[in-house]
Ligand binder design. Structure first.
Ligand code: ADP
Length: 617
């Protein structure tokens, strides 16, 4: 039995909490009503945990208390009290939970504040800083709580949010948590029933426990995912999405499905409108919650969907999953693996169907979330086939901005064409102005345009599509049947060509593996090609950037266009001024490297160009 002095303690808040409270109390004046969403959500979590504990048969205190949240308003005293019959907290938990910051939302918020120079404080609504947000509206808060663990005494926590709080043991409390807030002068509206009901309707309609305001229940408790599709309205779906995703807008996609075999599943999944990972908000946590017969087993589960589907928000309920599965056991449970397979397969099929039904809507999805599909296609072999059909690209045969699939490409390949061609470049304009697509243009082959480095890694992983090899247009040794000799400039004869290519190779030395006459160039004097079929220029670029290695092009071939005026004149120049011809040859090579987007040493170039200019002027 603790003595009186042990029972009462005055404790300092952790430094981060002080900082957070200072902001909450002194700087936040808009969206203050979200404090209620935060408290109700804490209560709902505590109730979910209690429901879980009672089904896995642990002994719990207060067996017969109904699971609910009640809100009492006192318009005279200007107080609002939120009470739940959830798992409650022991004294240690109370000190740990309401004196330090454990919550990831508040951590991110503080971090964001430091980074954003306190500019956008109202991001608070997006992050939710949990319990502490109650100090936006309360000048003093009392928390009375008692754990569900039999034999634990109750506890009281009191604070004005100014640096410290008091804790003491409190007798006679029922299981659960009661939070009493004395409202600030300018926050008296939150003691009014109409205002409070409106807030609950807006933010907390889908909390799966009764919420009562002064004794009257204000929400309809329903597991929307377990209801029949035809009975759920569009509006209910959207509101539910906002609730589980803490979103303000409507979802981009929605999939609601029920299965009986191989597992009994009720799932409701959403794709949001925006991908915050793209905006540099850091890696998202998984967005789906796992239930079994409406009992929450894991929120933000890492196991129901693969990592690259972390942007999907929703609920998966399967009565085949045992309730006592823990995070650890879930990871290597064969049952969960099966569940993941069924749900992922179903979701990818849904996306595929949507992409056919409404290509424009899918294009919007693709621009925002395509990175996740590519992530899956490069890391997850299991779903590679389904992911392949979801990939979209621009191509030489489609209008700018219009997307095609590999199936589109394959369906219109030329007679006799065996491979699928692609090329990587920073933009459509850059690709079309460069030397790589000119042969394809002349011979009438479609080329897929990749704009991001990961695209080439995706292709190199896939290797082929329906038996057709995926070939980069910068590979050496491509055969392009149908590329006819255009009448016009005569090429150098073979004797001259052999002498010229040998001369080039001597000058460039180890920088290239071979130099030969090109059969594919039309307008450009020279081109760098890859001898390694598994490598593209873009992939080389990524590797060069990683190793900071200038001009590591030893695996490349230089092909020259012996019909080109520049090359022919260079051949003449060799006889007249060997020294200057050498400089020009080096520049021709560097120009080809630049067109390939490969790293070159700019200082060498500047010096060389100055010498060339000097001679021309
Ligand atoms: P979060 O709920 O996001 O973790 P909070 O700061 O709101 O962050 O709460 C911190 C912790 O305090 C919670 O994780 C929970 O363990 C505990 N807690 C808060 N409210 C309650 C409650 N009503 N019942 C039981 N525990 C609670």
């Amino acid at each position: 039995m603790p003595d009186a002095s042990q029972q009462f303690e005055n404790r300092e808040f952790q430094t981060e909490v002080k900082k957070l409270l200072d902001i909450v109390i002194n700087s936040l004046y808009t969206d203050r009503e979200i404090f209620l969403r935060e408290l109700i959500s804490n209560s709902a979590d505590a109730l979910e945990k209690l429901r879980y504990e009672s089904v896995v048969n642990k002994e719990i205190a207060g067996q017969d208390l109904p699971l609910e949240i009640s809100i009492e308003l006192d318009d005279k005293e200007k107080t609002i009290t939120v009470t739940d019959t959830g798992i409650g907290m022991t004294r240690n938990e109370l000190v740990e939970n309401l004196g330090t910051i454990a919550h990831s939302g508040s951590k991110t918020f503080i971090q964001q504040l430091n980074e954003s120079d306190q500019k956008d404080l109202n991001l608070i609504g997006q992050f939710g800083v949990g319990f502490y947000s109650a100090f936006m509206v309360a000048k003093k808060i009392r928390v009375l709580t008692r754990s569900y663990l039999p034999g634990e005494p109750g506890c009281e926590w009191v604070s004005e949010g100014l640096g410290s709080y008091d804790v003491r043991t409190a007798d006679g409390l029922p299981r659960g948590t009661k939070i009493v807030m004395e409202l600030k002068e300018d926050a008296h509206e939150f003691a009014g029933a109409a205002r409070v009901k409106e807030i609950i309707r807006q933010y907390s309609s889908f909390v799966p426990f009764p919420i009562k305001v002064n004794g009257e229940q204000v929400n309809t408790v329903q597991a929307i995912w377990a209801r029949n599709k035809s009975e759920v309205t569009e509006e209910e779906y959207n509101e539910f999405y906002k609730f589980i995703a803490t979103a303000y807008d409507e979802p981009h996609y929605r999939l609601h499905f029920t299965a009986d075999a191989p597992l009994a599943i009720n799932a409701l999944l959403f794709v949001p409108k925006n991908n915050f990972e793209r905006f540099g908000f850091g890696r998202m946590e998984p967005g789906t919650n796992l239930y079994s017969r409406k009992v929450l087993i894991q929120s933000h589960s890492e196991n129901i969907l693969p990592e690259w589907l972390r942007f999907v928000k929703g609920v998966v309920d399967s009565e085949d999953i045992p309730l006592n599965i823990s995070r650890e056991t879930a990871q290597d449970s064969a049952l969960i693996a099966k569940l993941q397979k069924v749900i992922t397969g179903r979701f990818l099929k849904y996306l595929d169907k949507e992409s056919q039904n409404d290509p424009e809507k899918y294009a919007e999805f693709w621009y925002k979330f395509g990175m996740f599909i590519k992530e899956g296609a490069t890391t997850d072999y299991t779903y590679q086939k389904d992911l392949t059909s979801l990939l979209r690209f621009e191509s030489s045969a489609a209008e700018p901005g219009q997307l095609i699939s590999l199936a589109d490409y394959a369906g219109r390949m030329k007679d006799g064409q065996k491979d699928i061609y692609f090329i990587n470049g920073p933009t459509r304009e850059a690709i079309e102005a460069g030397p790589y697509v000119e042969a394809f243009r002349a011979a009438g082959y479609e080329v897929i345009y990749n704009y991001e480095p990961i695209d080439d890694f995706v292709f190199s992983n896939l290797r082929e599509y329906e038996g057709k090899k995926l070939v980069s247009a910068d590979s050496a040794g491509l055969e392009l049947p149908g590329l006819t000799d255009e009448p016009g400039e005569e090429p150098l004869d073979s004797e001259k060509t052999n002498a010229l290519t040998a001369w080039f190779k001597e000058i460039l030395g180890e920088k290239v593996s071979e130099v030969k006459a090109s059969s594919r160039l039309v307008e450009s004097p020279a081109i760098i090609l890859n001898l390694n079929p598994m490598m593209t220029n873009s992939m080389q670029r990524v590797m060069q950037a990683a190793s900071r290695d200038f001009g590591d092009t030893g695996r490349n071939a230089l092909e020259i266009n012996t019909r080109h005026k520049l090359i022919k004149k260079l051949d003449d120049l060799r006889q007249e001024d060997a020294e200057f011809a050498r400089i020009v040859a080096e520049q021709v090579f560097d120009n080809a490297l630049i067109s390939a987007g490969l790293v070159i040493n700019p200082l060498d170039i500047v010096e060389r160009i100055n010498r060339i200019l000097d001679r021309t002027l």
